[in-house]
Structure formats: structure tokens, C-alpha cells
Design a protein around this ligand. Structure first.
Ligand code: PHE
Length: 332
């Protein structure tokens, strides 16, 4: 159909329209029709004048359809009609209300628990200096621990942090002592991915420095954390254990494991490396180890979220697949 025919057909159909619904359908059908009419034309075969003539005719018709539809809509009271099976009195379905990602909701929950124990939340950068990520936490250039934390280097010499421990030095310098702070955030390692390893994951680091801090304080704080995250949900005492663990920036260092029961089988899950802050790390942060002691821990937030929600493949977190994300309707 050419534009003139389309205009004629539109005008006559418009006469017959009886309500706003019909009108809306008519308008959208004709807008589609004229779009099709334009697509049907091979512009390469038209001269400049013809092209211009078609263009202005097409625009005029589009405007005509829109204006006439608007005019007619006013006749029908302006408002769009409500379909008969639509109950206006029902509450909204909230389908597109959005939700908080399960890792972030876990992070927010853990932040709250630490705030209640007097810790402040301190955020850092994802791209950090080599010094902050390695040297400041007692991992000199030739230390084998660097191999375990292979990462992504930027051209300007900075690194995508391999752990939130990269915040330790800055926190000591910027916040001073006594110190109670946690640093949640995203970390990166050059890692082959599988169900329990990702190149991008979340940690939540914590430091407590004061006079006379010992391993007893560390255990008390960790217990409080785990009880709060899990007991309310599974209604029983959490079992944890400390094993010796090596990290160059803590001495002594531990691995805190948590007992989980999966399909009736008890398993110990490595959840949180921790330990007493190494004197050298304190010194580099401008803290006198003769006067102050402290502990640090690096909670695997991604792993905690897996335990909390019973998720077995951690790659799901980063996929951005709505079918996964929509199962977690946590909101603030
Ligand atoms: N930064 C360590 C890691 O990512 C974890 C850690 C943090 C260990 C603090 C001890 C104390 O593996």
C-alpha cells in the first residue's frame, strides 16, 4: 500500500473505533504499517527529489496518525481503559522491584554484626599498589606466596588486589590505633575456575588492634560472627575449629573451619584464615609492636554466601543469570 492509501484506510477505520482499547490497537497497527511501507522501498533506486518527497510524506502521515489518535483518545476520556480481568485493588506484583545480590546481602549482614561489636566499615580500592597488596603484608618480591596469589597486573604497575589484606597497611596509617575495622570487597586472582574457585570473588577482611589483644579475643569475635550468621537459621550451636595455617602476615596463623552437614554428612569447611598480626606488618603500618597487638582475618564472603544459601557452584554468582538471581529476593 502506498502512503495515500494507508492514510485513507486509517481515516476510515478510525471512524469505526468504539473505545480506547480499540484506538490503541489501531494506532499501533498503523504505525507498524507505515514502518513496513518504508522498509519496502528500495531507496537506492530513488533520485534525491523522490527520496525527499517520500520522507516528508512519510513523516506527515506518521504525525497525522499520532495527532488523530490523540484527538480521538480525548473523546474516550483520555485515560486508557483497564482490561476487565485486571483487579486494580490487588497489591502490586513487584516483579521488577529488583533485589540484593546474595553476596551483597551476606556482606551487609556481616557488616551489621561487626558494627554491633564496634568495628567500622572501611572501603578500599580494587586496583592497588604492589606494595599494599604484597610487600606491606610481608610478601617480598621473591616470596613463594606471590605464586599462590597470581593476579592481574595493570600496565602502570598496579595490581588487581588478590586479597582484602591489601587494605591492612592503609587502615593502620589512616585510622591509627586502637583499631577495629572491616574491609569488604572484590578480589581477583589468575585462577582456573571450577565449582569452588573463581577469578573474581569477595572477601571481608577485619583487623582489631589494641593493648593486650590475644588469640582469645580472636576466637570470641569469630564465634560471635558465626553464631549470628548461622545459629538463627539452623537453630543450633555452630561448631568451629582452629587449625594452624601459614600466611606471611600473621604469627601465629590459623585456618578457621566450620562444620556443615550436607546430605546427612558432616564436613569441615575452610571458612576463614586468621591470626595475630605479624610485628613486621604492624611496623610497616606505623604501629609499635611493643605496645600494640592485634588480630586479622580474611573471611571468604563468597564462600559464606554459598554456605548460607546452600549454593554448590560459585560460578553462578557472577554469571548474571536472572533465573539464579531471582531466587534471592533479599531486599534492604
Ligand atoms: N589474605 C589471606 C588470603 O586471601 C587471608 C588472610 C587474611 C589470612 C587475614 C590471615 C589474616 O588468603
Amino acid at each position: 500500500m502506498n502512503l495515500a492509501d494507508l492514510e485513507y484506510a486509517f481515516n476510515s477505520e478510525l471512524q469505526a473505533v468504539k473505545n480506547a482499547d480499540e484506538l490503541a490497537r489501531l494506532k499501533s497497527r498503523y504505525l507498524t504499517n507505515i514502518a513496513d511501507a518504508r522498509k519496502a522501498i528500495d531507496f537506492s533506486k530513488l533520485g534525491a527529489d523522490d527520496k525527499r518527497a517520500f520522507g516528508s510524506g512519510w513523516n506527515a502521515l506518521k504525525k497525522h496518525i499520532e495527532d488523530k489518535a490523540k484527538e480521538a483518545a480525548e473523546r474516550f476520556g483520555g485515560a486508557r481503559s483497564v482490561p476487565q480481568d485486571f483487579d486494580l485493588t490487588l497489591p502490586g506484583l513487584g516483579r521488577n522491584a529488583g533485589a540484593i545480590h546474595p553476596i551483597i546481602s551476606t556482606q551487609l549482614e556481616v557488616e551489621d554484626i561487626f558494627r554491633s561489636m564496634g568495628f567500622q566499615v572501611y572501603l578500599g580500592d580494587e586496583a592497588v599498589s604492589e606494595f599494599d597488596n604484597f610487600d606491606a603484608v610481608n610478601i617480598p618480591p621473591d616470596h613463594p606466596a606471590r605464586d599462590m596469589q597470581d593476579t592481574f597486573w595493570l600496565e602502570n604497575g598496579m595490581v588487581l588486589r588478590t586479597h582484602t589484606s591489601s587494605m591492612q597497611n592503609r587502615a593502620m596509617r589512616e585510622l591509627g590505633t586502637p583499631l577495629r575495622a572491616i574491609f569488604p570487597g572484590r578480589c581477583f586472582r589468575n585462577e582456573a575456575t571450577d565449582m569452588t574457585h573463581e577469578n573474581t570473588f569477595y572477601q571481608l577482611e577485619g583487623m582489631m588492634i589494641d593493648r593486650g589483644i590475644t588469640v582469645a579475643n580472636l576466637i570470641a569475635v569469630m564465634k560471635e560472627l558465626l553464631q549470628n550468621v548461622f545459629r538463627r537459621r539452623i537453630g543450633e550451636e555452630i561448631e568451629g575449629r582452629l587449625r594452624p595455617g601459614f600466611f606471611p602476615f600473621v604469627e601465629p596463623g590459623f585456618e578457621l573451619d566450620m562444620k556443615t552437614v550436607l546430605k546427612g554428612q558432616a564436613r569441615w569447611i575452610e571458612l576463614m584464615p586468621c591470626g595475630m598480626i605479624h610485628p613486621q606488618v604492624l611496623k610497616l603500618g606505623g604501629v609499635d609492636p611493643e605496645k600494640w597487638t592485634g588480630f586479622a582475618f580474611g573471611l571468604g564472603l563468597t564462600r559464606l554466601a554459598m554456605l548460607k544459601y546452600g549454593i554448590q557452584d560459585l560460578r553462578l554468582f557472577n554469571k548474571g543469570d536472572l533465573r539464579f538471581n531471582e531466587q534471592f529476593k533479599a531486599t534492604l
